[in-house]
Design a protein around this ligand. Structure first.
Ligand SMILES: [Ca+2]
Ligand SMILES: [Ca+2]
Length: 112
């Protein structure tokens, strides 16, 4: 758990904790938004998470889209995505932890 945030923590003061999470989530968002239109739809979400070996179940994926999509356009824009992750940080961190098993992904995640 600590290992994967080390790259960010080393250069961040505690005031910048938010910035640090934002940075991580931003990275994830842009990984998911494959066509680069600034929104993530259900297909991008499912394919993207699968590709990243992100262990989010079907229910969670649906929840992410239905609960996160506050303006009901069936897509998550960056703000909606960030808001959802912040509201569900604990759940998300579990999923991030499972990512840690894949060193290939984590290496890129940490910017090494
Ligand atoms: Ca998109
Ligand atoms: Ca939306």
């Amino acid at each position: 758990m600590l290992r994967w945030v080390r790259g960010f923590v080393l250069t961040s003061s505690s005031d910048e904790k938010d910035k640090e999470s934002n940075c991580r989530y931003e990275y994830l968002f842009w990984q998911l938004d494959r066509d680069g239109d600034g929104k993530v739809d259900i297909v991008e979400l499912q394919e993207g998470l699968g590709k990243l070996h992100f262990s989010l179940g079907k229910d969670e994926q649906n929840d992410l889209l239905s609960a996160g999509d506050t303006n009901k356009d069936n897509q998550l824009d960056f703000e909606e995505f960030m808001q959802y992750l912040k509201n569900h940080e604990k759940k998300m961190k579990l999923a991030f932890t499972s990512l840690d098993k894949n060193h290939d992904v984590m290496g890129r995640w940490g910017g090494k």
